[in-house]
Design a protein around this ligand. Structure first.
Ligand SMILES: Cc1ncc(C[n+]2csc(CCOP(=O)(O)OP(=O)(O)O)c2C)c(N)n1
Length: 629
């Protein structure tokens, strides 16, 4: 098989176009079978098979540099750059990452996961090249979805005036995860229409020339008006007015056309170039072509049917959030909802269906989403912004400057808080408490389960200032043992009232804390378990009341600036003993793997925490025993 023998991109350079087309088919088969097994980003990768092949055939990677935007579409690149034999480990603990990783390969020039960074990074690489006097090409691959992110415009603005050679490939499949949005997307559609015009122009030429006598004259007349017609149909001015040369739009599944255009662009030495490539998301797998949004990122599935291999028992937090929001919106007409290009992932698609005029998809533009929400609130509405915790990192300043300082009643719904699993380091939502806890006037909540989220959502319409609610990727329902009965912000919930020690746990770790409680009980240690559902403001009274016994804290978040650090600060201030152990994430980037594998790696599985707690408890009891002797 061809693909098995591709060790470096050099191996594909001498292939004929037919052989390359065969290779493309083998790549598609490998993508489909591997993602069906491991889960991952399928549709985007199927769309860039020919484009990635063409890039590696025309350029000399890794000397020439290829930067991916988001990086979820780098699987084909991985297969062509010596990682075929490891490809079955994709997204598994210790295996290949689903995103570019510098430690994985010299072909992965720049790490990504969050959108809209590629043009900036590529411009930096191009400037480094020029200052170091090197003769490399720098190419970046950016999706039309990523192009809705503001950083792209900062980079285009800078690059366009720089006159620096740089190739930006715009991979236009008309989709972000969901159908793409915004004015630029409309502009790209216009350019696409021009492609239709170009092919119909060819037809016009042939047909006119066939008319005996007048055909040629007529064609010349049409030809003379070409530039006028083109300016009517082809409004390529956006990129050219920014100082880029514009090529396209070209068919992203036509290897010959792709290679021809890339070779042309390679020769341009006097400034940056945009190549507008049209691709189809999911190309070559009917299920993904029909449902590109579902196959953007998929859990393991059956290839024949496209059905998921495992059905989820519980609804995701986002779905429950959106149900409650829609319910509240019936009674409160000022409620509005905002997503940054994630209507499906956040659950807001169901709200959008019910209240289309009160729902805004602003594109991959988290900063804008937050400030726009601040504007809505200042204008008298009650906006809810649903965002993944990791992408909310982008909007730190907007949260402080535009929302919190003005005490505007914006509710932030931070999904995927904690370890997200297979997407890895770029996607774990483990910095949001450090981002929100220092902000004056914010209320920060973390439900222990779906039932508690419902109660929190029902409280939010009355909130007077900004509120953040963080919840994880994994659904939790603790209602059988601890039905969620009431929620009062600032008041914690005692789930177990043991007297030997106290565990204060946040959100996703409450369930683990209960397991720890049970394991300790089997060892004769009676632990209190407190659900710290309001992380800010803390329940000071309850903390003081439980400070008479050894305290342990648990959170799925970095320890620096997190909940444990807050509790420690409080105890020190009050001259009470600080937590004996704060369980959480160490000062390192956690890589990919299942949540269970990652928790074990970090020593956060219940039995591992129990061992450490028991060792501490023995230590704490020791001096007393010695003194007694
Ligand atoms: C800052 C940020 N917000 C949201 C996301 C989630 N996300 C991942 S891929 C994607 C859509 C990207 O669309 P596009 O760039 O067109 O690439 P395609 O998948 O269509 O190839 C989104 C919204 C992200 N990665 N980064």
């Amino acid at each position: 098989m061809l693909l098995e023998n591709v060790r470096t991109p050099k191996d594909i350079k001498a292939l004929s176009l037919e052989e390359t087309a065969d290779l493309a088919q083998q790549i598609r088969d490998k993508l489909i079978t591997t993602v069906a097994e491991r889960g991952g980003h399928l549709a985007s990768n199927l769309g860039v098979v020919e484009l990635t092949l063409a890039l590696h055939r025309v350029f000399d990677m890794p000397w020439d540099r290829l930067v991916f935007d988001v990086g979820h579409q780098s699987y084909v690149h991985k297969l062509l750059t010596g990682r075929y034999w490891k490809f079955h480990t994709l997204r598994s603990f210790g295996g290949l990452s689903g995103f570019p990783k510098r430690a994985e390969s010299e072909y992965d020039v720049f790490e990504t996961g969050h959108a809209s960074t590629a043009i900036s990074a590529a411009l930096g690489l191009a400037r480094a090249r020029d200052l170091l006097g090197e003769d490399r090409q720098v190419v970046c691959l950016v999706g039309d979805g990523a192009l809705t992110g503001g950083m792209c415009y900062e980079a285009l603005n800078d690059a366009g005036s720089s006159g620096i050679p740089l190739i930006v490939i715009l991979n236009d499949n008309e989709m972000s995860i969901a159908p793409n949005v915004g004015a630029l997307s409309t502009h790209l559609t216009n350019l696409r229409v021009s492609n239709g015009w170009l092919s119909s122009k060819r037809k016009v030429k042939t047909n006119l020339q066939r008319i005996p006598g007048v055909g040629k004259k007529l064609y010349r007349l049409v030809h003379a008006t070409k530039s006028w017609l083109k300016s009517l149909f082809v409004q390529e001015g956006f990129f050219t007015s920014l100082g880029f040369k514009y090529y396209g739009p070209i068919d992203g599944h036509d290897l010959k056309q792709l290679e021809h255009t890339l070779r042309q662009a390679r020769e341009i030495k006097d400034g940056p170039v945009v190549i507008h490539v049209l691709t189809q998301k999911g190309h070559g797998y009917d299920k993904a072509e029909q449902q590109p949004e579902r196959f953007h990122g998929v859990p393991p599935f059956y290839v024949e049917t496209g059905d998921a291999r495992e059905s989820k028992k519980l609804p995701p937090f986002g779905k429950v959030m959106a149900e409650e929001l829609a319910e509240a919106a019936k009674a409160e007409p000022r409620i509005t909802a905002i997503t940054a290009a994630m209507p499906g992932g956040t659950g807001l698609d169901s709200f959008a269906a019910k209240f289309p005029s009160r729902f805004f998809d602003v594109g991959i533009a988290e900063e804008h989403a937050v400030t726009m929400a601040a504007g809505l609130a200042a204008g008298g509405l009650r906006p809810y912004v649903a965002i993944y915790a990791t992408f909310f990192q982008r909007a730190f300043d907007q949260l402080i400057h535009d929302v919190a300082m003005q005490r505007l009643p914006v509710v932030f719904l931070l999904d995927r808080a904690g370890l997200v699993g297979e997407d890895g380091a770029t996607h774990h939502g483990v910095f949001d408490l450090a981002q929100t806890l220092p902000v004056p006037g914010l209320t920060v909540l973390a439900p222990r389960d779906l039932g508690e989220l419902r109660l929190m959502m029902r409280w939010t319409p009355q909130a007077e200032g900004p509120v953040v609610i963080r919840y994880g990727r994994r659904s939790v329902d603790m209602s059988e043992r601890y039905p969620a009965r009431s929620f009062r912000p600032g008041h914690w919930e005692i789930l177990e009232a043991g007297v030997d020690c106290a565990i204060f746990a946040v959100g996703s770790m409450v369930q683990e804390a209960v397991t720890v409680h049970d394991l300790l009980a089997a060892e004769g240690i009676r632990a209190a378990v407190v659900n710290c559902s309001t992380v800010k403001p803390m329940d000071a009274e309850l903390l003081r009341a439980f400070a008479d016994r050894p305290v342990f804290t648990m959170e799925e978040h970095v320890l620096t600036g997190g909940f444990g650090a807050e509790v420690t600060g409080f105890m020190v201030e009050e001259e009470l003993p600080p937590p004996v152990i704060s369980f959480g994430l160490p000062d390192t980037f956690v890589q990919h793997g299942s949540r269970g594998q990652l928790l074990r790696y970090l020593g956060l599985m219940p039995e591992q925490m129990v061992r450490r707690i028991m060792a501490q408890m023995r230590q704490l009891m020791k001096p007393e025993t010695e003194a007694d002797r």
